[in-house]
Design a protein around this ligand. Structure first.
Ligand code: GDP
Ligand code: MG
Length: 300
């Protein structure tokens, strides 16, 4: 594994060129439709693809979802910052139509970046155009970014995606993987889900189980069209608190679960199955190891 490659790839392009679709296709539909509310996330979201000899971490920057009229504004204000630490920029275009002024503006701003990551031109929607038109489009888009290698593919038709992965991998530095190989996205959504469960529990429990409650996310599995499956454990410090959290015939836990599920669904824009358990963990607040498990940072 000495020449394992890994790095960050920002997918940039105007709305509707297929950025989200491409990430989903590359990852096998596994993080489909993950779209946290704008006010809950101002951080970028990652799509992580791990293959035998490389890890490709796709970065979905907030600006990628910026409405057309705000695109230029975003780029002017935030592009440098959003692209910080990125190894490759994949400039994605819709090859089924001519380049327009949005494409031109993005190309212009890319050219003006002070720190220049490797640039790759992605001609998407290959399935929509006959070969002779493709050549014409390739020339037209290539003119915007003359130095960038160009690849044509179809995110929905899954054409040319292996070649795209190979080309991107070649531009990545030799570097060990940043994330576990089974991880598909960064922890951000999990963190929010955990917080939402805790929040729901605290709303219903009020002062009865004050701060003696911790939430651990045990499982977060994508189930494609069906949404996501989430299992979490609520930890309490005393046996009596366990009874309160579970409630009469499980009624309280059900109420918490249902409220948390709705919040998570709104946050992530897809269906969620949520399974909650309650466990006793004596004095977890004094236990460093437990604190770490619950994701609390311990100051030195
Ligand atoms: P984004 O705004 O750049 O993230 O674009 P989306 O991923 O939301 O895609 C916009 C539209 O283009 C959707 O209706 C997709 O189904 C469609 N689309 C994306 N990639 C392709 C492709 O390769 N071929 C075709 N025919 N449609 C595509
Ligand atoms: Mg999108």
């Amino acid at each position: 594994m000495t020449d394992f490659r890994s790095g960050f790839i920002a997918i940039l392009g105007k709305p509707n060129v297929g950025k989200s679709t491409l990430v989903n296709s590359l990852l096998g539909q596994k993080i489909a439709a993950v779209s946290p509310r704008p006010q809950t996330t101002r951080r970028r979201q990652l799509g992580i693809l791990t293959i035998a000899d490389a890890q490709l971490v796709f970065v979905d920057t907030p600006g990628v979802h910026t409405p057309r009229h705000k695109l230029g504004q975003f780029f002017n204000q935030e592009a440098e910052q959003a692209l910080d630490g990125v190894d490759i920029i994949l400039f994605l275009v819709d090859a089924s139509s001519e380049p327009d002024e949005d494409d031109q503006r993005i190309a212009g701003l890319l050219a003006a970046l002070r720190r220049k990551p490797d640039l790759v031109l992605g001609l998407n929607k290959l399935d929509l155009l006959p070969a002779e038109v493709l050549e014409m489009r390739r020339v037209a888009y290539q003119a915007l970014v003359p130095e960038a290698p160009a690849l044509a593919f179809s995110a929905t038709g899954r054409l040319g995606l292996d070649e795209l992965i190979t080309a991107l991998t070649a531009h990545l530095p030799v570097r060990p993987p940043e994330y576990p190989e089974d991880q598909l996205t960064d922890l951000f959504e999990r963190e929010i889900a955990t917080e939402l469960i805790r929040e729901a529990a605290l709303i219903f429990l009020r002062d009865e189980v004050p701060h003696a409650l911790a939430v651990r996310l045990d499982e977060f599995t994508e189930r494609g069209e069906e949404g996501a499956f989430i299992a979490a454990t609520l930890f309490v410090e005393r046996e009596s608190q366990k009874g309160i959290v579970i409630g009469e015939g499980g009624a309280m836990l059900k109420k918490i679960g249902s409220a948390a599920r709705k919040e998570i669904e709104t946050m992530s824009g897809r269906k969620v199955f949520l399974e909650l358990r309650v466990k006793l963990s004596k004095n977890w607040r004094d236990d460093e190891e437990a604190l770490r498990r619950f994701g609390y940072k311990i100051k030195d």
